[in-house]
Design a protein around this ligand. Structure first.
Ligand code: ADP
Length: 271
């Protein structure tokens, strides 16, 4: 994805924060080159686990033939590698599905407060394992948008999962929902879903590229965690389909704030 980026420094109580605004100008890019890059990336991502699987199969047939202890160990690694490929294929399918649907505005009524509660329940074990406190700041009233329940589920769970993964052990992750009558970004009524973590943060020059397919910030933590680098690309396409906006604000060492702004009015502005 190619972004047109504008940078605006803002002073907050905690210090200076840089706010970046993005405009997706991917459509202006050479589509052929994008496709070639994509195929190269997918092939590369598939090759690593496949090479490893083939290597272990050979070892199981040969040197480890009579070593049950080694066999169990290798099968464990093979399971992990196959799992990585499985996640990659699932993410690729999600991405291609949502890209196909991008022009079709979803029409279901989605209660975001309920959806956030359900995602929270599903991710509670993940948060507990990372010793992360999931904190909710939701309005008392029902908050509804026109949307696709499954896709908005994916957006919330991707953002919350990232906040848990990259948020640092033992920290807090806050999920908030506000409903401004007039959202200055949309210039219409909207809903803001805010996912905030206290993790390592993201350097400003990475922020504009986070929603690129396969883009991962190469920190010790993200290497350790592993992932497909497709999550935020999927999130961005789903938000586009809902005619919304994604804002990413971050400060190294302080944490990150991902804000999804979705229109609530029937006459939401098209891109
Ligand atoms: P994945 O998590 O599978 O690598 P994503 O597309 O979800 O892929 O995220 C892309 C990259 O953005 C991650 O690899 C990580 O480097 C960075 N990132 C995403 N969310 C956060 C966050 N909350 N804090 C710090 N870095 C993040």
């Amino acid at each position: 994805t190619t972004w047109d980026v504008s940078v605006r420094p803002v002073m907050l109580n905690e210090g200076q924060v840089v706010v970046l605004s993005f405009q997706d100008i991917t459509a202006l890019e050479d589509a052929g080159e994008m496709r070639r890059g994509f195929v190269a990336n997918v092939s590369h991502e598939m090759r690593t686990p496949l090479t490893s699987l083939l290597g272990f199969i050979e070892t199981l047939r040969g040197p480890a033939r009579n070593d049950p202890e080694a066999q169990q160990r290798f099968l464990g690694i093979m399971e992990q590698e196959a799992g990585r490929m499985h996640n990659l294929v699932e993410d690729l399918l999600s991405l291609s599905r949502v890209e196909d649907q991008e022009r079709m505005r979803p029409t279901g009524a989605v209660a975001l407060d309920r959806l956030i509660g359900e995602v929270g329940e599903a991710l509670a074990p993940v948060a507990a394992a990372a010793q992360v406190d999931l904190i909710y700041d939701l309005p008392q009233t029902k908050v509804e948008v026109l949307g696709d329940w499954g896709q908005l589920w994916q957006v919330v769970s991707n953002l919350v999962e990232n906040a848990i993964k990259y948020g640092g052990d033992g920290a807090q992750v806050t999920v908030a929902l506000t409903q401004p009558a007039h959202d200055p970004v949309l210039r219409a009524s909207g809903v803001r879903l805010i996912v905030r973590d206290e993790g390592e943060g993201i350097a400003a020059h990475h922020i504009a590229r986070l929603t690129d397919r396969f883009y991962r910030v190469d920190t010790h933590r993200s290497r350790e965690i592993g992932g497909t680098g497709l999550g935020l690309a999927i999130v961005k396409h789903i938000i586009n389909r809902h005619r919304g906006r994604l804002r990413i604000e971050s400060q190294l060492g302080q944490g990150s704030v991902f804000t999804v702004i979705l229109p609530t009015g029937a006459a939401a502005p098209a891109e």
